[in-house]
Design a protein around this ligand. Structure first.
Ligand code: NAI
Length: 549
């Protein structure tokens, strides 16, 4: 008991709970404790040490943990999530100290419904599940991928105020094809090759059905599934039984669309100007095609027909431009096969032929955006939009400096990994915006949970993207800042949740009766946002003893 809030117990509680003498005399409120913890945190020498420190804190005092995360979110998010969580996943079996979340393995097939009742809470709002098959850029880490759902849900709590008791991290351990792990005597997963084909799908089906029967109103977020399964599973479950969402595909797409709107705003243009943009998308994997689809839907929303919108895209993969005669391409890329640009052209030839306004990198190829390609973009456009989105930094298609120099400071730049801003010799700063999914997923989860969304629709994700530039100021536009600040994440998530709820209502997927009643009163966004904020978790010690004054 004394460890729960330690020196935070006020005297009346120490008396009533029999804690007098069991904790040091000085009473420290949660703010003082948080300042002390933050000082200690800063002294830890490496990101992994910082993670271990925060992990131990979460285990003994969850309220204080979230207080510190929220108060210093810009500094702590990269520790509890990417990039540090990647290192944690690599060493997960050895770092393991205490169970968190739920594990369903290949040995549990047939028992998953019953197992869900082992979880102590009848209410779960958001579930994040991984099968560990494509953890960040680190490949198949099997059960060790569990660090990802845990870290992601910590960000849901910190960023959007989901209640920590109502989130559930899950690892579906269907084996691993990582032989090193299978041979590691301390590996904590089932040391067998991955389930494949129908057996794999049946295991996922059973898990989804079990989760639905126990928590029918939860939002299920798929995270870090291998590309081949990610799209299949999203298509399989997007219409139910649970509301589903894949952050790698849909969250990324939404955050990039929000950045494009931010870039238009920086040039004094409205969102509808997206219809005049021409996107050269380098990379036809799940990330590239998810983004292209979202941008295409947004163009349709602003008045283009699907045919017209598709013509605003040119998609490339490792074989060059995907034109009409390429037979073997991903099925998601097929609708984007160019009518106007010949097959197989390489980047610079494609820029010459297509004359894009924006260059998107989702190829995982470091340096793909050559100096010549960047110069060509700058000759074609007053403000070329350069988005090298591949992660990690070592895979980025170009750096901020390269885009800045080649465009003589005119590029609007956003990347997947953090880069420093670049200062030109004349003092112009080219901002290294970061298309961080953190701007979108917590708000989507909060909005969907609060309105009890039956599904997560494309309209809700476009609405989330549209909310992002509304948070930018004239000074942000002038500085080519195209995303809000991470330190403002709760305000961002509130605006995103508000937009998501409105879109859910417009599409008739709101199930929560309180939300329905609120929306029926015709309340404006200020009131709706006030309601959202009132539902957000804020870390504070709940008085355990009533004081009678
Ligand atoms: P993937 O491996 O499935 O797809 C890569 C694609 O790039 C393939 O279509 C491949 O043919 C193509 N490609 C390879 N070499 C090329 C070249 N020289 N020119 C043009 N295309 C080439 O990868 P996935 O899952 O689609 O992810 C791509 C990248 O996007 C990763 O680095 C990932 O980290 C990043 N990503 C970034 C996010 C963000 O910024 N928020 C979120 C999700 C992914």
């Amino acid at each position: 008991m004394c460890s729960v809030q330690g020196t935070g117990f006020p005297l009346p509680e120490r008396d009533r709970l029999g804690l007098r003498g069991l904790v040091p005399p000085r009473v420290m409120d949660v703010d003082a404790q948080a300042r002390k913890v933050y000082e200690d945190f800063q002294k830890r020498p490496t990101p992994l040490d910082k993670w271990l420190y925060l992990q131990a804190l979460q285990d003994r005092n969850e309220t204080l943990f979230y207080k510190v995360i929220i108060d210093h979110v810009e500094e702590t998010a990269p520790i509890i999530y990417t990039p540090t969580v990647g290192e944690v996943c690599l060493q997960y079996s050895r770092l393991y100290r205490r169970a968190r979340g739920m594990f369903f393995s290949v040995e549990d097939v047939g028992n998953m419904h019953a197992m869900c009742y082992n979880w102590p809470s009848d209410r779960v709002d958001v579930i994040v599940v991984t099968d560990g098959s494509r953890i960040l850029g680190l490949g198949d880490l099997g059960v060790q991928g569990m660090g990802i759902p845990i870290g992601k849900l910590d960000l849901y709590v910190a960023g959007a105020g989901l209640h920590p008791s109502y989130v559930l991290p899950i690892c579906l351990d269907v084996g691993t094809d990582n032989e090193t792990l299978r041979n590691d005597p301390w590996y904590l997963g089932v040391p067998r090759p991955r389930l494949q084909g129908d057996a794999y799908i049946q295991a996922v089906d059973e898990l989804v059905a079990a989760l639905h029967s126990r928590w029918p109103n939860a939002l299920l977020q798929f995270e870090d599934f291998s590309t081949d399964h990610a799209l299949t599973l999203l298509e399989r479950y997007r219409d139910g039984p649970l509301a589903c969402f894949n952050d790698d595909i849909q969250g990324t797409a939404s955050v990039v669309l929000g950045g494009v709107y931010g870039a238009l705003a920086a040039q004094g243009m409205p969102n509808s100007a997206i219809t005049q943009q021409k996107f050269l998308v380098c990379g036809a994997g799940s990330a590239g095609m998810g983004i292209a689809s979202a941008l295409c839907s947004a163009m349709q929303k602003h008045g283009l027909s699907r045919e017209e919108a598709l013509r605003q895209f040119c998609v490339m993969d490792i074989g060059g431009v995907i034109g009409q005669s390429r037979a073997h391409v991903d099925r998601a890329a097929l609708p984007f096969a160019s009518r106007d640009v010949p097959d197989g052209l390489h980047l610079e030839e494609a820029i010459e032929a297509f004359k894009p306004t924006a260059l998107l990198g989702l190829s995982t190829v470091k340096g793909l955006f050559s100096e010549k390609a960047l110069r060509m973009m700058s000759q074609l456009n007053a403000r070329p939009l350069i988005l090298p989105l591949s992660n990690p930094t070592s895979r980025s298609e170009c750096t901020c400096e390269q885009a800045a120099v080649a465009s003589e400071g005119r590029a609007i730049f956003a990347c997947g990994s953090p880069f420093p801003d670049h200062v030109m010799p004349d003092g112009t700063v080219v901002r290294a915006n970061q298309g961080n999914n953190f701007f979108v997923f917590p708000g989507v989860g909060l909005g969907a949970a609060l309105c009890g969304a039956a599904r997560v629709t494309d309209g809700m994700l476009i609405a989330a993207a549209e909310a992002l530039p509304t948070l930018l100021t004239a000074a942000d536009h002038a500085a080519a800042r195209i995303y809000p600040r991470v330190s403002d994440i709760r305000r961002v998530s509130t605006a995103v949740a508000c937009a998501v709820i409105r879109a859910a209502a417009a599409e008739g997927v709101v199930r929560n009766s309180e939300a329905r009643r609120m929306l029926e009163t015709g309340m404006d966004d200020t009131l709706l946002q006030r309601w959202i904020v009132s539902k957000m978790y804020t870390p504070a010690y709940v008085p355990l003893v009533q004081s009678h004054k």
